[in-house]
Design a protein around this ligand. Structure first.
Ligand code: FE2
Length: 376
């Protein structure tokens, strides 16, 4: 990784102008954050962390923060009509608004990206309480989605200033989710390269892998995807656009229901996918299933793996291999009424790719769901 980073620095002729330590938090605007927080606790094993709302002096919204491993979700709802948050929910349904990135200098991050053409979301602002201060700033990305830069080296509170610890009696056990592996955006027809260029020129990312529509298509539907990654490789953003097929592609279905570009899925890593998925299934998380025939062909396609294929089949876990190793993955059904955002659970055993070999089987599974929805 270090070698890659150096190579990249040589390529661009200077140091990374936007060093990012990792994903800081993901904020979803949802209709009922109190119930959503309960769902992410009970179904996905997130732990209660922080709260902000009427009791902490906020007048217009309420937020619950839940955490598992390094993954922090902020669930936010408006407290009255006519708010920006409410309008976002009305247009898009529940969905990801903020992809916050942890940086050492949020002012620098802002001015470096603005000077390269980013559209401002908010200027750097210092927020403080008894536990220190944070600096945050924000820029727009695809659709109504934004990136917020978070500088928190001078802060040791529970989450951010003006949040208080949230310590309910109810906290079901975690399921082994560790960190955000990657996060996929769906953008409009012929817009993929514009957003690839945005991440390259405005944020200093480089392209990791490229697929074309021949890689990712079935008889009916197709998409194109490119993966953008930051200098140290901790942030990976695949970007999809729909491609022509005989019928409506899943990306197009997403764009219709989300009413624009947005985050399609959040991939969260585990180091024991069998245990994690066993717990998630017990707790009511619904996953896409591929036909049993997938597992009959698996050994021939993948070769030897540590896991028992019969166990993977029972849970519906998929496997793919690249030059560096293999990965195990499974995709949830959308977690809101609209067929929009979903989760991927991923375990990497050497592989650094994204499961290209599973796309066909997976898309056919998605098409069966689209057929049920009458949107194919
Ligand atoms: Fe993924």
């Amino acid at each position: 990784m270090l070698h890659q980073q150096k190579k990249r620095m040589n390529e661009i002729g200077n140091t990374d102008f936007l060093p990012i330590n990792g994903t800081d938090y993901i904020e979803l605007y949802v209709g009922n954050c109190k119930q959503a927080a309960h769902y992410y606790q009970s179904a996905f094993g997130f732990q209660p962390l922080a709260y902000a709302g009427l009791e902490t002096g906020l007048k217009d919204r309420e937020s619950y923060v839940v955490q598992q491993g390094k993954i922090r979700l902020v669930l936010t709802s408006p407290l009255h009509g006519g708010t920006e948050i409410g309008k976002h929910i009305d247009k898009h349904g529940d969905g990801i608004k903020v992809v916050a990135l942890w940086v050492d200098d949020a002012r620098d991050a802002y001015y470096e990206t603005i000077s390269r053409g980013a559209k401002p979301y908010f200027e750097p602002v210092e927020e403080e309480d008894d536990y220190g201060y944070v600096v945050r700033s924000g820029i727009h990305t695809y659709g109504d989605t934004v990136h917020v830069f978070v500088e928190r080296s001078k802060y040791n509170g529970v989450f951010l200033p003006d949040f208080k610890a949230w310590t309910p009696a109810y906290h079901p056990s975690p399921v082994g989710l560790k960190y955000v592996d990657h996060m996929v955006g769906n953008v409009g027809w012929n817009e993929m390269n514009d957003w690839v260029n945005f991440y390259a020129s405005v944020m200093g990312f480089s392209q990791l892998v490229s697929f074309d529509d021949k890689d990712i298509s079935t008889e009916y539907t197709a998409l194109m995807s490119k993966v953008m990654s930051n200098g140290n490789g901790r942030i990976k953003f695949p970007i999809n656009e729909p491609a022509e097929g005989k019928k409506k592609s899943q990306v197009e279905e997403y764009l219709d229901f989300y009413e624009g570009a947005g985050v399609q899925h959040l991939a969260v890593a585990t180091d024991d996918i069998i245990t994690t998925v066993t717990h998630l299934l017990e707790r009511g998380v619904e996953f896409l299933r591929v036909p049993d025939s997938y597992y009959e062909e698996l050994k021939g396609r993948i070769g030897d793996i540590d896991e028992e294929i019969v166990q993977l089949k029972a849970l519906g876990i998929l496997v793919d291999r690249d030059d560096e190793g293999y990965l195990l993955q499974i995709f949830s059904k959308p977690v809101e009424p609209r067929p929009t955002m979903f989760f991927e659970i991923i375990q990497r055993k050497g592989a650094r790719s994204f499961g290209k070999g599973n796309f066909k089987a997976l898309f056919e599974a998605i098409e069966r769901e689209q057929e049920l929805r009458g949107t194919l």
